[in-house]
Design a protein around this ligand. Structure first.
Ligand code: C2E
Ligand code: CA
Ligand code: CA
Length: 637
């Protein structure tokens, strides 16, 4: 050991100090794993330093004396062996395993440390672990016990990483395992060839862990310097598994878009920064997270009885002005909602859903107020969640059905087309109306996949039932604005048609006025691409929104479907009747084809045909029916 080249150890000490500086210069992350990482760092630093000191002492044994050197070697050995234990402890913390809760793990750690301390403490007399004779350091057979402990710890790490891999993302697991294996190789080299490389390798491990797991930059939001949403999940995972009650106060700024628009995004950002900083000073001193653009969560170890006073304190602050960077005073308002977990929500997802729902209600009706979620009627939210589960279930099992409602051509006196309407029948909830489940699928994004499933079914129907050989020239498919906002939507749409050999003329897309109103570049691009491909667009629910004629002229519509409520109104009121016949006259003059929806009676059919509607759709002819029934209906005309 006296002849060891200590360059590697010096490098280790340097890098470990560097990591420590980075660690303390960043925001403290309130996780046990973060603290365990610090313990590991300090232990490694101590261990590398002790190795340097012990080597230096051996070289100067004549001056220092046998006992002093032996003592330094004992400490250095202890520190190296404990490194393995602190690392294992850290890995368990990353996996959110509380070793105090599990007797086996608890005893494993206490046992391992005790054995190491005892073996090294009695080594002064027994010389079982190492010897120091004539200034020469030698490892003895009892060291095998210490290596065995390291081996067990290594196995515990491996099993934990593999078993709880969802806590260690794939990219983190690979370098972690790689370095771990290298540590073992280095330990073997150090023991056999006496090259002190182990600490450098452990330092590399710390560096990797710091970069991937402990770097506070990845869990904080750049603008407000508060923790981000990603970290919220990790933090609350630990909170929920502890099982102790805690509260979350949501602070959602009201009309923040207005502030951004009026004062500019920079001022908006600086105001958010101030709000985040203020929330950190709230009496209850909780942990602050920035959720979305203008929403914060304050997580506090308080029960519901105390949460209202926390919320009250925050509201008080919002009665005072905030300062912009140029010194102007601005009044801001925030809607506050609070929840006690696990009483009001027992999982992360249900907590987020409940708070989101309450916040959106509060923003509508109680701006600037305080809402306790326990006081709200959450039945609508539960219903929404139940429908969401039903949709997922139906999509996973391919149980969504597409029904077809025929559309009658006045000129040809036959059914010339049909509208595809999706149907969902759930075991628990029964038939669910698309009016109820489509908005939910739009909100959570499932509509994208659902829309493709529907289009695929429609294309398969056109191909398998040879619709081209019947009077049905095309099928109208409803497309949601969410689908049109997807980049590459038109591409995928075309590919599905091609897969089933369906011609563009056999599919019409129905979109509502709102879809294209104020639409983005992506929406325009998707529409244009599909128009170029040969798809015809129909404007759905005409009259229910705010489209004007200029807008209809600009968009590539060939068919206009008049909203069924407008049709029904025209039979109830004279004025509505006159408006409708003039509207039809104008659309006719613009060479647009008109479809009247909601035709329920003979009287309606006769009148609508007379005033100039080209196509009629409604229960008078047929409701939307399954494929086979639709084919029979078409064949029987
Ligand atoms: P929509 O596009 O306006 O569809 C017409 C709705 O009117 C359908 O309701 C249809 O069954 C109903 N209807 C048709 N004729 C009559 C009638 O004479 N009397 C009455 N009372 N109702 C009539 P449905 O199937 O419940 O669909 C409701 C809405 O859900 C649709 O309104 C559409 O916005 C949406 N939807 C349905 N299927 C799909 C789909 O595949 N994709 C998308 N994105 N939305 C869909
Ligand atoms: Ca429609
Ligand atoms: Ca419609």
């Amino acid at each position: 050991m006296a002849s060891w080249n200590l360059s590697f150890d010096y490098a280790s000490v340097f890098f470990l100090l560097l990591i420590l500086v980075c660690y303390f210069s960043e925001k403290m992350v309130p996780l046990r794993s973060h603290r365990a990482f610090l313990v590991m760092l300090i232990n490694d630093l101590l261990s590398a330093t002790l190795e340097i000191v012990a080597t230096w002492m051996i070289r100067n044994i004549e001056v220092i004396g046998y006992n002093g050197v032996f003592f330094a070697l004992t400490l250095s050995n202890l520190a190296v062996n404990i490194t393995c234990i602190t690392f294992t402890f850290y890995i368990l913390q990353l996996a959110h395993i509380d070793i105090l809760k599990s007797k086996i793990q608890h005893s494993l750690f206490i046992g391992a440390i005790s054995v190491e301390v005892i073996v090294l403490a009695i080594n002064y007399f027994s010389h079982w672990a190492f010897t120091l004779e004539d200034g020469v350091y030698r490892v003895s057979y009892a060291s095998l016990i210490l290596y065995a402990i390291d081996g067990v710890m290594f196995l515990v790490c491996l099993v934990t990483i593999v078993r709880f891999r969802k806590h260690f993302q794939f990219l983190r697991v690979v370098p972690l395992l790689f370095t771990l294996v290298f540590c073992i190789i280095m330990a073997a080299i150090q023991l056999t060839a006496y090259v002190p490389m182990l600490h450098l390798m452990i330092t590399a491990l710390c560096l990797i862990m710091f970069h991937y797991q402990q770097n506070a930059g990845t869990v904080t939001d750049m603008v407000t310097k508060q923790f981000n949403r990603r970290f919220l999940r990790e933090y609350l995972y630990g909170k929920f598994s502890e099982g102790k009650p805690f509260g979350v106060v949501s602070v959602a700024m009201d009309d923040f878009k207005f502030i951004n628009r009026t004062y500019g995004a920079e001022t908006g950002d600086s105001l958010l920064l101030q709000v985040g900083e203020y929330l950190n000073t709230v009496r209850s001193s909780g942990i602050v997270f920035r959720l979305g653009s203008d929403q914060f969560y304050l997580v506090v170890d308080r029960r519901v009885s105390q949460l209202s006073s926390v919320a009250e304190e925050i509201r008080e602050r919002f009665h005072q002005p905030w300062l912009t960077s140029v010194g102007t005073e601005i009044m801001m308002s925030a809607s506050l909602c609070y929840i006690e977990c696990p009483k009001d929500a027992d999982s992360y997802d249900s907590m987020i859903d409940t708070l989101d729902y309450s916040t959106s209600l509060a923003k509508k009706s109680r701006k600037g107020g305080i809402t306790y979620v326990g006081d709200l009627d959450l039945s609508k939210l539960r219903q929404e969640k139940a429908i969401e589960t039903a949709i997922k279930h139906a999509m996973d099992r391919d149980e969504l059905k597409v029904y077809y409602q025929p559309i009658f051509s006045v000129k040809d006196n036959v059914y010339n087309s049909a509208e595809a309407l999706v149907r969902l029948n759930d075991d628990a909830l029964g038939w669910i109306s698309p009016e109820d489940f489509i908005p939910i699928a739009e909100k959570n994004g499932m509509i994208v996949e659902m829309g493709e499933m529907i289009l695929t079914k429609v294309c398969r129907f056109i191909r398998d039932f040879h619709l081209a050989d019947t009077t049905i020239q095309y099928i109208e498919v409803n497309i949601s604005p969410v689908q049109l906002r997807q980049p590459g939507f038109a591409e995928r749409f075309k590919r599905i048609l091609e897969d089933y050999n369906v011609k563009p003329q056999q599919i019409n897309i129905e979109i509502t006025e709102m879809t294209t109103f104020n639409s983005s570049v992506i929406v325009q691009k998707n529409i244009q691409e599909l128009v170029d491909f040969g798809i015809v667009f129909s404007l759905d629910d005409y009259g229910s929104g705010n489209a004007n004629i200029d807008y209809i002229n600009r968009m590539p519509f060939k068919l206009i479907k008049i909203d069924k409520y407008i049709i029904w109104d025209s039979f109830k009121s004279r004025k509505a009747g006159i408006t409708l016949s003039y509207t039809i006259g104008m659309l006719n003059a613009l060479d647009l084809c008109i479809v009247a929806e909601g035709v329920e009676t003979e009287e309606m059919r006769e009148h609508l045909a007379k005033v100039g509607c080209h196509y009629l759709q409604g229960w008078y002819y047929s409701r939307a029916v399954p494929e086979q029934e639709f084919i029979r209906l078409v064949a029987a005309q």
